[in-house]
Design a protein around this ligand. Sequence first.
Ligand code: GLU
Length: 424
Amino acid sequence: MSEKLSFVSPTANSPWGTYLSQVDRVVPYLGPLARWVETLKRPKRALIVDVPIEMDDGTIAHFEGYRVQHNMSRGPGKGGVRFHPDVTLEEVMALSAWMTIKTAAVNLPYGGAKGGIRVDPKKLSLQELEKITRRYTSEIGIIIGPHTDIPAPDVNTNGQIMAWMMDTYSMNVGGTATGVVTGKPLHLGGSLGRVKATGRGVFVTGREAARRLGMDLRGARIAVQGFGNVGSVAAELFAEAGAKIVAVQDHTGTIVNTNGLDLAKLIPVANKEGVVAFKSGGDIVPNEDFWNVACDILIPAALEGQITAERAQKTTAKLVLEGANGPTVPQADDILAERGVLVVPDVICNAGGVTVSYFEWVQDFSSFFWDEDEINVRLDRIMMNALNQIWDTADKHKITLRTATYAVACERILMARQERGLYP
Ligand code: GLU
């Protein structure tokens, strides 16, 4: 008998509601460990902080920040920090829970955590961005640390922000704590291969899924939503393998070219001004039309809740690769399964980022750095082993890859919970 959480009111398609229904679906496959499942339905710890800064014009502005540690049964908390105007506690809770499942799915010795600030960073000057990052880090400094909880980049955060976070934490503890965050610049204890790791993982898992489906990547048509560090890197790798990127959507709009977009030209324009500025390379269409574009592979690599029931009905894709966290609502998941569309779920598909974050953390502790080939070989091996195990589990129980990933991950998490026991 457990009390309901009072501080969130999830709905069926909200991030936390989506996560809860994903957990409910795995319960029948947990055997006696199901006794512990309630532990996954609530965060271990959630911190809300006030982040006041002096703006360039002399005014004082306050922002709301969060750090949620969902589960630490298998190791320290791990997960990114997101700067976005729509960030909420409920969203960060769901994102932290997906990190718990993700780190367990690829068997990294971590739990799950996530952080965020409710702010539009595009409206801040560089100086304001630095101030907000440092004050936020100082506020959450009471619960993060190299052995307790290790932040990393996520939506709208990058290596520079990680450098400020590392510096702020280090100044507060009186040392240089490189292991407190990952995704740092290379000369500050960062790792080769980290920037491209998430996109690379999407490609590696997607290539294997396509192979198993008998889909030839040469000539395969791909639609990508979100063209940041995940979507653009995955798109490049698929294009190198012979696929055509027929549609890309970002915060500025949607561009379509059925002959395939020229990525060498699109990427520099998109990085500076967004995809819509590349008018000469394709047709600009209304955002909702993105979901109608004829394609074989769909890569949602932006935010949560993008694949709704209606869009799941519309898509012509045979394979969905979830580069984003939580892009598919539960009802859409069912529709895709009924329609025979294979979904490689976020908690395995985009795990490449946190996997190389783990390599970075290990390298920081040993102060011995690996070359990029070694990183990529190890990354590919971890992703392939995890995917193969998940695929076998899905085949055995005749369940979706998502529920199979939860089955593999939740068994690891709840076994650790059971073996550790409750304290006191
Ligand atoms: N933000 C990334 C994710 O959602 C990476 C987290 C990390 O490297 O800790 O998986």
